[in-house]
Design a protein around this ligand. Sequence first.
Ligand SMILES: Cc1cc2nc3c(=O)[nH]c(=O)nc-3n(C[C@H](O)[C@H](O)[C@H](O)COP(=O)(O)O)c2cc1C
Length: 158
Amino acid sequence: MTHTATTPMRAIILFDSKSSGGSTDRLIDSIGQKLADTGAYVEKAKCKSTGDYSFVKDFDVVIMGAPIYYLVVSSELLGALMQSNLKSSLQGKKIALFLTCGSPELMANLLYLPQLKLNLIGSTILAEKIFAPDQISDPAVIARYVDELNDAYRKGLQ
Ligand SMILES: Cc1cc2nc3c(=O)[nH]c(=O)nc-3n(C[C@H](O)[C@H](O)[C@H](O)COP(=O)(O)O)c2cc1C
């Protein structure tokens, strides 16, 4: 299919969290709903470090997100990037990143985001965001992230 500005974006949210129904799960649902409201087709999949990620080729955008536990990105997402075919499947893909954590943004940018980005050389990052605890349920913050992602995606199609 040839993608144009009017073709709906197909997005997959790959995530990990140790708490089912926790803050990351709720954030993912909000991001997914907001993206769907803008006309995108959205799926979500919980990461397994040993999974087969060849299916990501069927999506225009791969959104990856997880919480930080004890200074490290939640293990099934980071493990998938380091051990499975996720990293190679993401070559040349458009991606977006988010993390949930309790640390100040500066620290999170320096310590946590690079854990993902070092494994993503060769992908195009459309948007990245550290969500502080008070931002996880903030519709305006979530809308800004989704708008940034959508704008960068549409720009890339022109
Ligand atoms: C056991 C545990 C360890 C955590 N360690 C960190 C940490 O090292 N740095 C940080 O910024 N936040 C840390 N946090 C905060 C979480 O990243 C944050 O609350 C996140 O939103 C939790 O997501 P969840 O509800 O999906 O589990 C920790 C939280 C827990 C429960």
